[in-house]
Design a protein around this ligand. Structure first.
Ligand code: 5AD
Ligand code: SF4
Length: 474
């Protein structure tokens, strides 16, 4: 009988991808995914450390799991609890101290070794009785948080579970930027790019398994510089992201390509050109700017000014006039004055965003900004966040409303809640609900947009809409 594996994923899309790969690694051991922790044989929390709140959620969840595990053990069963991801990497020993009933703590670079860790946890469990009941603070859990020299990508099995019509593919990992507020360079390690040939092979497998859209993932995805395929004689030894995208767009059956998350410093001419030249590359870009103030950007070690960002956006829109933008913002970075915050509002007004994420600065232990003078009081951060989110929300609403009356190509990737309804995405990543026949699942069809709902658009299949299995369009 299959063993039940429950994975709960926090944080970014990299974690979503990693969770899928952990399931792949455990599949040969007889673990099959389930959607609840109750009665699971193994529970993995794939965690996020980016802000304090994200990290605290993990401890709350562990608190809820403890009685579930005890109940299972009281019946003679066993539940292995593993904490994976960035909290594990950043404070693994602390996890075992605060939650000694955790069996395995593994960092993002070690999950190809999960089978061996599971075996060790089982041996430890058998030897010492039920882990956790004694609350041994010394911790018997398996802790694996080193950064191995060899890449985990070389050790992972081929993806086993199909990801559906819209799939993630990790092309790059880690970050060398060291923004002063950010834990990622510490939890994910140094920048590493996978070879083009490996990525192409994985993309082909995903498409063969039904994917029509692939989102290329990386903490710093446009810093991508992977080894070129062998066959390309005189071409450069390494390819950038723009070239990789152009190459993947040749795969038959792949109609849409996206990528996230990018850094303004790594937007090069080749990538900008790809936005104009590759129809499958969707006209939607998540390009975090964090702040509109040059002084704050410098203190954040972003290595570009607000005008550099404006220029990049202009160049992108020169190639692709309908490019829609998304961003991340941090308010209340140490020392941020009202005037500096106002510069962020100004930048938002000028650029215009289709959507965005914004956060109050959260001091992360060990990062340079946490020790900077001028920490901004929480009520000030809250008030600034509210003003920024109000502006961003108005822009998002205006952006969505402007699509009413337009015809947009929609890739239908799932059924809606109502019978006869399909849900898909516009080129700009908006969800679109349409009454449509099942045959359109997995196809791109033109939709006349006629309504804006809270989080999505509504429309009808456009009269005479042709199925367009090859192009992304938009
Ligand atoms: N505090 C608040 N927001 C942060 N981010 C990263 N680190 C912090 C922090 N310490 C935000 C940035 C980043 C996004 C993923 O999370 O905006 O782009
Ligand atoms: Fe963090 Fe900056 Fe790297 Fe992005 S670029 S992951 S914000 S250090």
């Amino acid at each position: 009988m299959a063993k039940k594996l429950f994975i709960k994923t926090y944080g970014c899309q990299m974690n979503v991808y990693d969770s899928g790969r952990m399931a792949d690694v455990l599949a040969p051991l007889g673990y099959a995914p389930v959607d609840s922790a109750a009665d699971a044989d193994m529970v993995i929390l794939n965690t996020c450390h980016i802000r304090e709140k994200a990290a605290e959620k993990v401890y709350s969840e562990l608190g809820r799991l403890r009685p579930v595990k005890s109940a299972k053990e009281a019946e003679g069963g066993r539940m292995v609890i593993a904490v994976a991801g960035c909290v594990a990497q950043a404070e693994g020993a602390e996890v075992l101290r605060r939650a000694p009933y955790v069996d395995i703590v593994l960092g993002p670079q070690t999950y190809h070794r999960l089978p061996e860790m599971v075996a060790r946890a089982h041996r430890a469990g058998a030897a010492v009785g039920s882990v956790g009941k004694t609350g041994d603070p010394a911790g018997r859990g398996v802790l694996e948080t080193d950064f191995p020299v060899e890449s985990k990508f070389d050790h992972l099995p081929e993806a086993a579970a199909p990801q559906g019509l819209s799939a993630f593919l990790s092309v790059q990992e880690g970050c060398d930027k060291f923004c002063t507020f950010c834990v990622v360079p510490y939890t994910r390690g140094a920048e590493f790019s996978r070879p083009v040939a490996d990525i192409e092979a994985e993309a082909r497998r995903l498409v063969a398994a039904g994917a029509r859209e692939i989102t290329l993932l990386g903490q710093n995805v446009n810093a991508y510089h992977g080894a070129a395929p062998r066959s390309t004689g005189g071409a450069p030894a390494e390819w950038g992201l723009g070239r990789l995208i152009g190459h993947l767009a040749e795969i038959d059956g792949l109609v849409r390509i996206r990528y996230t998350t990018s850094h303004p410093r790594d937007v090069d001419e080749e990538l900008i050109e790809a936005h104009g030249a590759v129809p499958a590359l969707m006209p939607f870009l998540h390009l975090p700017v964090q702040s509109g103030s040059d002084r704050i950007l410098a203190a954040m070690n972003r290595r570009h000014g607000a005008d550099d960002y404006r220029r990049i956006v202009d160049r992108l829109r020169d190639r692709r006039a309908d490019l829609a933008l998304s961003s991340d913002f941090i308010v209340g970075f140490p020392g941020e004055t009202e005037a500096e915050f106002a510069a962020t509002l100004r930048l938002v007004e000028e650029v215009g965003y289709a959507q965005a994420f914004s956060f109050k600065y959260s001091a992360r232990p060990g990062t340079p900004a946490a020790a900077m003078p001028g920490q901004v009081p929480d009520p000030v951060k809250s008030e600034r966040l509210e003003r920024l989110q109000d502006l961003l929300h108005r822009q998002q609403t205006a952006f969505n409303e402007a699509t009413v009356g337009r015809v947009l190509p929609v890739l239908f990737d799932r059924h809606g809640r109502h019978p006869g309804q399909l849900v898909g995405r516009s080129p700009y990543l908006q969800g679109v609900h349409v009454a449509a026949p099942d045959e359109l699942l997995g196809a791109v069809a033109d939709v006349a947009i006629d309504a804006v709902h809270t989080n999505s658009l509504g429309g009808a299949i456009a009269a005479g809409a042709a199925l367009r299995p090859r192009e992304g369009g938009g």
